[in-house]
Design a protein around this ligand. Sequence first.
Ligand code: CO
Length: 463
Amino acid sequence: MRKTPIITIPNPILRQRAQKVSKFDEALRLLAANMVEMMRKYDGVGLAAPQIGVSKRMIVLEFNPTEEESEKPFPLTILVNPSITKYSKEKVVMLEGCLSLPDIEVEVERPKEVNVAGQDLEGKTVKIRAKGILARVLQHEIDHLNGVLFTDHIKDYKNIKHYRDLRTVLLGTPDLAVPVLEAMIVNGLNIVGVICETDKPVGRKQELEKPPVKVLAEEYGIPIYQPDNKEDLEKIVEDLQVHYGVVAAYGKILTKKVLEEPPFGFLNIHPSMLPKYRGATPVQNVILNGDEKTGVTIMKVTEEMDAGDILTQKECEIELNDTEGSLDMRLFIEGANLLMATLPLYLSGQIEPRVQDEKKATYTKRLKKEDGLIDWSQSAEEIERMVRAYFPWPKAYTMITSNGQEEGDIGQLAVGDKRLIFHKVRVENGKLMPEVVQLEGSKPTNWEDFKRGFRGKLPETLK
Ligand code: CO
């Protein structure tokens, strides 16, 4: 996007009451000059000091209509400590926009005429009787000094004009990102690109496989980008000129340069109730821990992983037979719906981002294949949860000797020459009962059939 130094939502300064000006000095004149320059540079008809990060009660306004516009012009006006002293009863509806909410437009009803009192740069009293567009701009800018946005005056945010037209991009790769892209398509968002990992070789033949989101994006003719490195990604995001981005299971850290590109930033769907379970494996860990509930968070992306401000959250139950695969997918489907409900509110400045409580943060680690090795000193319940938490990857397993010899020591960890993988188990009277297992290199089979045909040695617990 065209970068501007003008502050955009959800920066909290836009929601604060600005400070009264008491010194009419050179610094104030410089601030006014700066504001006028910004307003003209970015084609605004008004600007309030908080919009350039200064908490002072000063506004500037100026309107030179183009030939198509019928409203009356008004000259450059600089007002210090302005307030509205009288409103007309009659109200009018007009389409409004604001440099702090780029490209969002809303029809807002306001009093048709106002009287405004304020001061000029010398501190002398100024009084204005305004109607038409001047009355409109005065009300809009004075609102800014009170932490009020023009979008606060509407009731149904879903009717905000053009929010769907804002340019957006999805960053995501695996099947979990698919329901998110689907929701974005169904909701008619203006998706100008999908960014995913490069095609990866799979199987014995090492044939290239497309990431799941790429397959869906191709169906809808959405341009696909598969950057090789972070410089590539920076260039792509810069060229796409998006208003905001959506991140869903992208799996890579975004650099500061990428994060600062879109004026509304990046929104991430994280499958946990942050600040709990930050990191790569939140869903595996809620199941391992035997939690009854988890949830999904829509948050701003920052450089520090999963530490950004929270926009919205939704709790979800964990079912007794949930695996990582089933629960993660459900959370991303819920997350996609939550994101769709969040977007019109967020993009119109109606959500106050919530800072995460760092003291309550917990962290999860990326898993390795070996993390699936079962520790038989754990209870049957713990092992049952591990089987579900690690399905479909890395899968819980034990080592067994498959050659029939009584080698290997069955202690806390079974040893042997082959992995016996557990797809499904249950607990019966405190005992772990396998249901579906798979000997490494063979097909999954039910436990009774496996046991009947197996000539090797099994861990004590399973005999
Ligand atoms: Co504004």
